[in-house]
Design a protein around this ligand. Structure first.
Ligand code: HEM
Ligand SMILES: *[C@@H]1O[C@H](CO)[C@@H](O)[C@H](O)[C@H]1NC(C)=O
Ligand SMILES: *[C@@H]1O[C@H](CO)[C@@H](O)[C@H](O)[C@H]1NC(C)=O
Length: 489
């Protein structure tokens, strides 16, 4: 009896959803709505690549699916992605609002901020600050090299042995952001960093999972004591920690002499105290979480992918090492400027980012007004999903779209060239805000480590598995590496 009532109730819901889920006129085509399965986040966990591949084959580069009962547009291929993100930038630079991820951050921070003056102000401030104009004496390169010393001390203990690099790279990426935000680093076992990691993992799991989809699809269940409430609790813990950090900074800062991002922000807050501005302490707290969140898994997963490939393509590793030895001859360390003399290393790092495909569906966008794309009409407020994978592997855009090959970024003269389909950071006004920092990290870390060590795929490790684990960011399957000291030639 109970079961049939539930079934009936479900049936009615599905019927209602079905009626509500209609595509607007001249909207990109796509499959019928299958209620409750309509989330990309949800589906992406079970690796639905084959399903989506089929959709693209039947409906073309621009097609639509349903998230709950809202239609969303998926964009594939460099032509369509460029038209949306670059040519019609302002139309496509919004972010969906009112979703689980927005509620989690109280509408604060920059990642999920809608296109408008707050987002613009906050973003401009961070770009300036990260470009060193704000960070005082201690430059970004200095902060990265400080962290590299700690990577090296970990590796040094493992010379001649085999180790799993995952925690080390995660820790390093997290600490570099901590250096930028708070001018300090944390030992992995410190209470605070443990809490950070715990909050991140828990919250990502929930955001990735079916409960977030249900939250987005059925507003009536939002206040019920369901598993997604745990994410809100975890966020409170994080906010408390972050608040404590900000008040410590308030007590010890010297106005006009910022030590880090927090100090810069507090200076800015003071400057703007009389005007109506988007700067506030609550914004800052969410901002620091945003940067930490956006900058940790992305960078560390890219590094992991890099070493996974370099171990399995030893001739490419060796060629990098020769170039590094030649260019750094006699210097005690690499600087970011050296990249201009290292076309091969540059090509390898870009190729690593291309195959790593770290954020495959980017961050969802939203149209800011009624607009058009590739001849279809897309109303204001439509969720836009850019498929960066489809650009990074696109046939016709790359010399070797489906293999790991640095030639993808080298011309006939061996010079470094960047094809327009290289978009691991997306494109247009919403392009990754940390691109500069991320590129500097990847370069300095990879060059410094390759100069000093040889990385070897362990003999007993079997055939490498390059297939990543799905999620908002792609993660290589766990692997170990053997570390050997090398003598620079
Ligand atoms: C290899 C490393 C990284 C990759 C592949 C990556 C990729 C991306 C992508 C694809 C987006 C979405 C862009 C869009 O919506 O169109 C994004 C946004 C963003 N990233 Fe990164 N990212 C990386 C590292 C970082 C780092 C180190 C930081 C922190 C400093 C950072 C901060 C951000 C922020 C704040 C946004 C939101 C920008 C906005 O909405 O205006 N990212 N990133
Ligand atoms: C956060 O701090 C507030 C005020 O100090 C306190 O009431 C609350 O219980 C704390 N929450 C958590 C989860 O620690
Ligand atoms: C993105 O593109 C890749 C490569 O073309 C494809 O395998 C995948 O199914 C696409 N994903 C979506 C959501 O369309």
């Amino acid at each position: 009896m109970f079961a049939s009532l539930v079934l009936l109730w479900l049936f009615i819901w599905i019927a209602i959803l079905h009626l509500k889920s209609r595509r607007p006129k001249n909207f990109p085509p796509g499959p019928l709505n299958v209620p409750l399965l309509g989330s990309v986040f949800h589906l992406s966990l079970e690796n639905p690549l084959k399903d989506f591949e089929k959709l693209r084959k039947s409906y073309g580069d621009v097609y639509s699916i349903f998230i709950g009962c809202k239609p969303a547009v998926v964009i594939n291929g460099v032509k369509a992605v460029k038209e949306a993100m670059v040519t019609k930038a302002a139309d496509f630079a919004g972010r969906p609002q009112g979703l689980f991820v927005n509620e989690l951050s109280d509408g604060k921070g920059v990642i999920m901020a809608d296109y408008g003056s707050k987002w613009r102000e906050q973003r401009r401030f961070a770009l300036m600050t990260l470009r060193n104009f704000g960070l005082g004496k201690n430059s970004m390169e200095e902060r990265i090299h400080d962290e590299i010393k700690h990577i090296i001390s970990t590796l040094e203990k493992n010379v001649g042995k085999t180790m799993s690099p995952k925690v080390m790279f995660h820790n390093a990426a997290s600490n570099i952001i901590c250096q930028v935000l708070f001018a300090r680093r944390y030992k992995y076992d410190e209470e605070l960093i443990k809490l950070f990691v715990e909050v991140f993992t828990e919250v990502s799991k929930i955001v990735n999972g079916p409960w977030a989809t249900l939250y987005d699809s059925f507003p009536i269940i939002r206040n019920l004591p369901l598993p997604f409430q745990k994410a809100f609790k975890k966020m409170e813990i994080y906010k408390n920690l972050s608040r404590r950090m900000v008040s410590e900074h308030r007590e010890t800062r010297v106005p006009g002499e910022p030590r880090d991002f927090i100090d810069c922000y507090l200076d800015e807050l003071e400057k703007r105290v009389d005007e109506e501005s988007s700067f506030s302490e609550e914004e800052l707290i969410m901002y620091s979480l945003n940067l930490h969140f956006a900058g940790t898994d992305t960078t560390s997963n890219t590094l992991l992918t890099g070493f996974l490939y370099l171990m399995n393509y030893p001739h490419i590793q060796e060629r990098c090492q020769h170039e590094i030895d030649r260019v750094l001859d006699g210097k005690d360390r690499a600087s970011f400027e050296d990249r201009h003399n290292m076309p091969y290393v540059q090509a390898v790092i870009h190729e690593v980012q291309r195959v790593a495909n770290t954020v495959p569906l980017s961050v969802f966008h939203c149209t800011t007004r009624d607009t058009e794309l590739m001849g279809y009409s897309i109303p204001r407020g439509t969720v836009i999903i850019q498929n960066l994978t489809s650009v990074l592997n696109e046939d016709g855009q790359w010399k070797f779209p489906h293999e790991f090959n640095p030639e993808n970024f080298l011309n006939d003269q061996g010079e470094f060239v960047k094809p327009e389909a290289f978009m691991p950071f997306s494109a247009g006004p919403r392009i990754c805000l940390g691109e500069g920092l991320a590129r500097m990290e990847l370069f300095l870390i990879m060059v410094t480590l390759l100069r000093r060590y040889q990385f070897i795929w362990p003999k007993d490790a079997g055939e490498p598995d390059f297939t990543p684990v799905y999620g908002i960011t792609l993660t290589p399957k766990p692997f170990s590496m053997k570390i050997q000291l090398r003598t620079p030639q």
